[in-house]
Ligand binder design. Structure first.
Ligand code: HAS
Length: 548
């Protein structure tokens, strides 16, 4: 069995510790939040709603995801390209510690209520400059980790001239490249606008510009969370069910389309904002519809993998394969629930992106329901399913039957909690219930009577979700320290025999890099010139943007 090098395993594991600590604290804040929104509970000791909401969003949306992705990437490249050199690994540790110092600095500021600016942290909400500096360090640290992985990939290419690169490492490179290009937007807004403004070097900054730079980064951010889950679906799931990857070329093409189309679509988060011409909104909406295509290709590949495996086992008919899947294996079941959740989650995304329908749901709790299906179910359940083999692989332990059952219980509780909570959020959103607001804001309004039963349902779902988190943390603690010693596989499937040969153009990063830059220039140059030349540098006071 090919194993991740022991020293590399330590680096990957360090990321998992931070990720699961973030899950626990972030989850606890999630529980507090649904309780406050229900109007039946008040936060003690003067703790603010936005403080808790910020801890929840930052820890789960930014810390859990970035650490899981970077830890998974680190292990994936070591597994498929070979161990890092000592120099490369040292670079990785430097990246990890820079990220962790940044995370700690930002977390302290949030806990002190000096940075209750939500996970999107854009103006006019203002945080202490240390919070922004912390975010900048997280970005720089992640770039260094991406560099470590890139150097190992380049070394593999040099040692294996003319050969198609390992699919899993190729996917990691695409995700890192997308992340690096996207984080330039976040770094720009933090360094050139938010830090000078929060220190007091400048009195005012351009709000619309800060939001546009944030969303240049923000939509690619959600795909940075999604792509490690897709790696698990394409690479590990076929092996776990005993099957093969349907097509190497199709998988690579899907990832390249994500690279090209994830960034020039950020304005679909700003469809209701004045100051951006309707033409550019329309263009980015069209590009958003294109970025749906690689997800449809992924769905196609997965159905093909399931069906091919089912037929091998003797299944008949269109859905005969269904009963042949390993339902009692948590490594499969949790990611599969994630796939099923992505069908309504993705459909909701298409609703959001559909210009006119966006007018109905924007800034309502529908959007929160959307990303609890996509990020908090599809992505997170897949991360959990992967952690159930990755952590024991890295610690040299075994996922036993008992722990597997505990993991399945956690996954099922999570799904029940999420159906109730996210379902209630979607429905309440259609009735106009606002997102990011607590009972004290809307409690006295006429509509509150209409919303309140859905808020209570959210609290019920959220409580079940918190119990699920406790069970999952129990599983992780077992896999880290108590499970019996042994060998757990890092599953990497082979490509099906009949699949077409992978064309080398798919490996040509120069070509894709040029197209990526061209698309970004087309989608963003004119809107940004328009914003800078038309909006007076006094836009801090746009009252209708406050709190979004
Ligand atoms: Fe989104 C807002 C549009 C996907 C996350 N999104 C958000 C926010 C977050 C988020 C966090 O256009 C809120 C940000 C904030 O705080 O303001 N989203 C989309 C679109 C997609 C999409 C078009 N979003 C995601 C993913 C996320 C995520 C993925 C996280 C991981 N989203 C929007 C828009 C907004 C938005 C607007 C702004 C709304 C507003 O006004 O504020 C697409 O990528 C979705 C494509 C997906 C599919 C599904 C394919 C299905 C698959 C599963 C196959 C299943 C199998 C199993 C094989 C088309 C691959 C089947 C087995 C059986 C038995 C059936």
């Amino acid at each position: 069995m090919t194993k991740v090098d022991r020293k590399d395993a330590k680096l990957a594991l360090a990321h998992m510790y931070v990720a699961f600590i973030a899950l626990f604290i972030g989850g606890l804040c999630g529980l507090l939040q649904v309780l406050v929104r229900s109007g039946k509970f008040e936060l003690p000791w003067g703790i603010g709603y936005y403080q808790v909401l910020t801890v929840h969003g930052v820890l789960l949306g930014l810390v859990l995801t970035t650490y899981f992705a970077m830890g998974f990437h680190t292990a994936a490249v070591s597994r498929t390209c070979g161990a890092y050199t000592d120099g490369q690994r040292k670079l990785g540790w430097i990246g990890f510690w820079i990220m962790t110092i940044g995370t700690t600095a930002a977390a302290i500021m949030v806990l002190l209520n000096e940075a209750s600016v939500l996970f999107t942290f854009y103006a006019p909400l203002q945080a202490h400059w240390i919070f922004y500096a912390g975010i900048a360090l997280v970005v720089v640290g992640s770039w260094i980790l991406a560099l470590m992985q890139g150097l190992r990939f380049a070394q593999w290419k040099k040692e294996n001239k003319g050969q198609v690169t390992p699919l899993l490492s190729f996917m990691v490179m695409i995700n890192n490249l997308m992340w690096t290009v996207a984080t330039i937007g976040a770094a720009a807004v933090v360094l050139f606008q938010l830090i000078p403004w929060s220190i007091g070097w400048v009195e005012r900054i351009d709000i619309l510009l800060s939001r546009t730079l944030f969303w240049y980064f923000g939509h690619a951010l959600v795909y940075f969370w999604l792509l490690p889950a897709y790696m698990v679906w394409y690479i590990a799931i076929p092996k776990i069910i005993g099957g093969k990857i349907f097509s190497d070329a199709l998988a690579r093409l899907a990832f390249i389309l994500f690279l090209l189309l994830s960034i020039p679509v950020g304005i679909h988060h700003q469809l209701t904002e004045p100051g951006i011409d309707a033409f550019w909104k329309f263009l980015q909406v069209v590009l958003t519809m294109f970025v749906v295509v690689p997800s449809l290709m992924t769905a196609f590949s997965l159905f093909a993998t399931f069906e091919l495996r089912g037929r091998e086992l003797g299944a008949k008919g269109i859905f005969g394969w269904f009963k042949n899947l390993p339902w009692n294996d948590s490594r499969f079941l949790l990611p599969f629930i994630g796939m099923v959740a992505f069908i309504p989650g993705g459909a909701g995304g298409i609703v959001n992106a559909s210009y006119q329908m966006n007018q109905l749901i924007h800034n309502t709790i529908w959007v929160t329901g959307h990303f609890h299906l996509t990020a908090a179910t599809t992505v997170v359940l897949t991360y959990f399913g992967a952690a159930f083999w990755l952590i024991p692989h890295l610690t040299g332990r075994k996922l036993t039957q008992r722990i597997n059952h505990m993991a399945i219980t956690g996954g099922i509780l999570w799904s029940i909690g999420m159906v109730i909570m996210s379902g209630a959020m979607h429905i309440a959103g259609l009735f106009g219930a606002p997102r990011r607001s607590d009972y004290s804001t809307y409690g006295g309004s006429e509509q509150a009577v209409e919303w309140i039963s859905y808020q209570v349902a959210q609290a019920v779902g959220g409580t079940i979700l918190f119990v699920a988190i406790l069970v999952i943390i129990g599983v992780v603690i077992n896999l880290l320290w108590y499970a019996p010693k042994g060998d757990e596989e890092f599953p990497v499937a082979e490509v099906a025999e009949g699949a077409a040969k992978t064309p080398m153009i798919l490996e040509n990063f120069k070509v894709w890099g040029v197209i990526l830059v061209a698309l970004i220039i087309i989608a963003y140059t004119v809107p940004i010139i328009d914003i800078i030349s038309n909006s007076p540098l006094g836009s801090v006071g746009y009252p209708h943007l406050i709190g979004r």
